[in-house]
Design a protein. Structure first.
Length: 688
């Protein structure tokens, strides 16, 4: 296609049933786009673009009587560079339009829905529920941009205590498994009404079909980066794997090795074309039929059996492992009706006295393993209820959401274990200040009143993060699985106890639901609505959905408030992720932009009605000085590939506002809004 310049017209061919904004070369600033066809589709497309065009970088051009719209070429290029030329596919909206009622849709960066809720139709009744759900998904395949090259295999289903049936599917693409490609259909078991669909799938667009690298050589190269000595447990398998950078064709293998943290068992993924390691999924997660073994300071598992169900031992550490795993078992049974970590009465195997001076505990996919500590950093881990409950919850997670132990899903995995450990502590001891201290019994025994982690104030440990926009995004700690868990930990604490962010990162006041209700909400989200590659935004959607089913609208609002307080975006009104001030006189350096708002409800985007782009991460600051007596508010938006997402805000009751936001490279725009009053303003902006 020839390059388009400002003012030129791009004709959209609707004969194939799809609206496509094409990638083009050359300088595009704003291009007029006309939609023309011989049937009713232009009017429908016009309506869609008026209501939803902002998701694709499209803004209406006045009355648009000729179906013309402003198309930002740079935005379209950014939105489509990873997935062919389609930013909006007609069949997606057409399929959604056939559903009785859609209340909420959340899409990923490629425009593929990851959460849909409402009255979504009805499963065929009287037959196999898995086949009924599969048939419903086949009808809805266009919504998820799935074609004939995709197959969905039902891997599990269950009916919960509220009479909801949940059917989970695994995706295959070109006959290859998609690791992290999952969809779960949630329906009323009696009526068959589909009420939600959650998960992530990969469209077949622009993905390689065949490897170019030898599988053994590829796995050897990536495993060698982990340790000098390692063992491959299985033969490499060709798969597609979902990563934060997008789906990749990769060789997958399970490798075992040891490092400074102890034994490791990882699923590694080597790009089948470039050979780089694109993902690593650890299977060992560090920190009421029961058996306890003694490793005698060795590393061979499980060791010698010393305590069985109902028995006793002179070994205080072994007895503690036995007793505290029983408390955890009783908690899950009493609160959720769950019998053991697999919900089917599995034996809980625990090994104590693992290795020498071993400062850790872990679930290895089959059993609990506890070190005795070194006496300085930690005493025996098996004597701490928090640790026992934490590690056993990793087992629960393995059997439910199976959250990948990497990046955001790994941080949610860790947080779920911390959250349930706090709930088990409250179950046994009641709620107190110690409820929110993790591993305070065993951690640094020579230091009083400290803990491994602090759920009510995560940054108190000097390494955890408690605010989503500032989260760790590097490679250490497997993408921040421990240090980013503080974000969800704090959200849970606030939902339980109420209050505000301890460092005043936001002004949101969260109402208290109590720890029992909060635990029920998070458990239901874990067991029904989270999928393996869930993000913090997915956790927000999942917990809100769980709250709507368990309680009332006030509980749902409290859940959203908790996530907004820790900066996680995706609220029903686009809130979350902001860092606002309280108004007052502003003193900022940067570039000033002047504007005028003529009255209440009016708004203006800056700079100059447009946006700006950054190529580096860093701090975005905006200081707004409005007219005396007015109440102006300030918002920052970032383009996420499919829509302008609100990432920060300041809504003080004054004419002056300030926002500071730590952001990654991308496109940004500021919005000044008059809550009341009119007049001139100056917005001083500074970007990385």
């Amino acid at each position: 296609m020839a390059a388009l310049g400002p003012g030129e017209v791009l004709e959209l061919d609707l004969s194939e049933g799809a609206v496509r904004f094409a990638l083009v070369d050359g300088p595009i600033d704003f291009t007029r786009v006309s939609v023309r066809s011989g049937d009713e589709r232009p009017a429908l497309v016009q309506d869609l673009l008026v209501r939803h065009g902002g998701r694709w970088g499209v803004q209406t051009a006045g009355a648009a009587a000729d179906f013309a719209f402003e198309l930002d070429g740079e935005m379209v290029a950014a939105a489509t560079s990873a997935g062919g030329t389609a930013t909006f596919v007609w069949s997606q909206s057409q399929a959604l339009g056939r559903l009785p009622r859609v209340d909420r849709v959340q899409a990923d960066e490629a425009g593929v829905p990851r959460f849909i809720a409402g009255d979504l139709g009805t499963l065929t009744r009287g037959g196999n529920v898995r086949e009924s759900a599969r048939g419903w998904l086949a009808d809805m395949a266009p919504v998820f941009r799935l074609g004939d090259e995709t197959d969905l295999e039902a891997v599990r289903h269950h009916t919960d205590s509220l009479g909801k049936v949940h059917v989970r599917f695994r995706q295959y693409l070109h006959d290859l498994p998609v690791v992290g490609g999952e969809l779960t259909v949630h329906a009323d078991a009696l009526s068959g009404q589909v009420q939600a669909v959650t998960g992530r799938v990969v469209p077949a667009e622009a993905l390689p079909l065949a490897p170019t690298l030898d599988p053994d050589e590829a796995i050897e190269a990536v495993a060698g980066r982990l340790a000098a000595e390692w063992v491959s447990v299985d033969a490499p398998e060709l798969v597609y794997v979902v990563t934060e950078a997008g789906p990749r064709l990769a060789w997958q293998a399970v490798v075992e090795y040891e490092d400074e943290e102890g034994p490791q068992r990882d699923i590694v993924f080597a790009d089948a074309v470039s050979g780089e390691m694109v993902a690593r999924h650890p299977q060992i997660h560090h920190v009421k039929h029961r058996k306890v073994y003694n490793a005698n300071n060795g590393t061979k598992l499980p060791g010698k059996l010393i305590v069985s169900e109902g028995g006793a031992s002179d070994d205080k550490v072994a007895q503690a492992a036995h007793d505290l795993s029983g408390v955890t078992h009783d908690f899950y049974l009493a609160k959720f009706g769950r019998d053991s970590f697999d919900a089917a009465g599995a034996t809980i195997h625990s090994t104590v006295h693992y290795s020498k001076n071993y400062v850790n505990a872990f679930w290895n996919g089959q059993q609990m393993v506890y070190g005795d500590g070194d006496g300085y950093y930690a005493s025996p881990f098996a004597q701490d209820l928090d640790v026992v409950a934490h590690e056993l919850t990793h087992a629960v997670t393995q059997y439910e959401a199976s959250l990948v132990y990497q990046n955001q899903s790994g941080a949610l995995n860790e947080a779920m274990s911390d959250i349930m450990a706090a709930a088990v502590d409250a179950f046994k001891n009641g709620v107190s200040a110690k409820t929110w201290l993790l591993a305070e019994t065993c951690w640094t025994p020579g230091v009083a009143n400290d803990a491994m982690r602090y759920m009510s104030n995560p940054t108190q440990d000097k390494q955890s993060y408690d605010y989503y926009p500032e989260r760790y995004t590097g490679q250490q700690d497997n993408g921040g699985v421990h240090i980013n868990s503080g974000i969800a930990n704090l959200a849970f604490y606030l939902l339980s106890q109420g209050g505000k962010h301890p460092r005043n990162k936001t002004n949101t006041v969260v109402p208290a639901l109590g720890i029992d209700k909060a635990a029920q909400i998070f458990y239901r989200a874990l067991t029904n609505y989270l999928n393996s590659n869930a993000t913090f935004q997915d956790a927000r959607d999942a917990t809100a959905q769980a709250a709507s089913e368990l309680y009332d609208a006030e509980a749902v609002a409290a859940v959203h408030a908790a996530w907004t307080a820790v900066g996680v975006p995706g609220g029903p009104n686009g809130d979350g992720g902001g860092d606002g001030g309280d108004g007052g006189e502003q003193s900022c350096s940067g570039t000033p932009f002047k504007g005028n708002l003529s009255g209440s409800g009016k708004d203006q985007f800056e700079p100059g009605g447009s946006y700006y782009s950054t190529k580096a991460s860093g701090s975005h600051t905006g200081c707004l000085a409005g007219p005396a007596g007015a109440d102006f508010d300030l918002y920052l938006y970032k383009w996420n590939g499919s829509t302008w997402a609100k990432v920060a805000k300041s809504e003080g009751p004054t004419n002056n506002e300030s926002v500071t936001y730590q952001g990654t490279a991308g496109h940004y725009t500021w919005q000044v809004v008059s809550a009341s009053g009119a007049g001139d303003y100056t917005l001083t902006l500074k970007a990385p």
